[in-house]
Write a protein that binds this ligand. Structure first.
Ligand code: TYD
Length: 137
C-alpha cells in the first residue's frame, strides 16, 4: 500500500485487567486491532545504543508493544516523520503498510512484542530508503 501516511498509524490503548495477582492485557485479532494475527515475534537483549528496523512493508500491518522497558519508534512516510516512545505494556502502536520505521533508544531489559498480520516474507520488505522514497512517489 503506497499511499499511506504517518497519520494512518496510531497508538491503541489496550485493555488492562488490573489484579492484585498481577495485571493482564489481552489482544484479540480483528477485535482489539484491525487485523487477524498470523505471526508474533519479540525482540530482546538489544544492546544499548543499537537500532533495529530500517525498513518498510508493502502489505504487512503490525502492532508493536513495549512488553517490558521502553524504546523509541520513528515513522516516516516519505514526507513526514513522527516518533513515539513506547513504555507501557497496555499501549500499542499500529503501523500500517508503506511506512518506514526505525527502532532505537532501547532501555536495558526492553522487550518489543510485535503482532503481525502476515507470515514472514522477505519479498514484503523494502530495505533501501531510496527505493522506499521511489515507491511512495
Ligand atoms: P528484520 O525484520 O530485518 O529485523 P529488524 O527489522 O527488527 O531489525 O529481521 C532480522 C532477521 O530475522 C532477518 O534475517 C529475517 C529474520 N526473521 C525471521 O526469520 N522471521 C521473522 O518473523 C522476522 C521478523 C525476522
Amino acid at each position: 500500500m503506497k499511499h499511506t501516511t504517518i497519520d494512518d498509524c496510531k497508538l491503541i490503548d489496550l485493555r488492562k485487567i488490573s489484579d492484585p495477582r498481577g495485571n493482564l492485557t489481552p489482544v484479540e485479532g480483528a477485535q482489539d486491532i484491525p487485523f487477524d494475527i498470523k505471526r508474533v515475534y519479540y525482540l530482546y537483549d538489544v544492546p544499548s545504543g543499537q537500532s533495529r528496523g530500517g525498513h518498510a512493508h508493502k502489505e504487512l500491518q503490525q502492532l508493536i508493544v513495549a512488553a517490558n522497558g521502553s524504546f523509541t519508534i520513528t515513522l516516516h512516510d516519505g514526507q513526514n516523520k513522527r516518533s513515539y516512545t513506547l513504555n507501557r505494556p497496555y499501549q500499542g502502536l499500529l503501523i500500517v503498510p508503506g511506512i518506514w520505521r526505525v527502532l532505537d533508544d532501547f532501555s536495558s531489559g526492553a522487550v518489543l512484542l510485535c503482532l503481525a498480520s502476515e507470515h514472514y516474507e522477505e519479498a514484503d520488505y523494502i530495505r533501501n530508503y531510496r527505493e522506499f522514497k521511489k515507491y511512495k512517489r
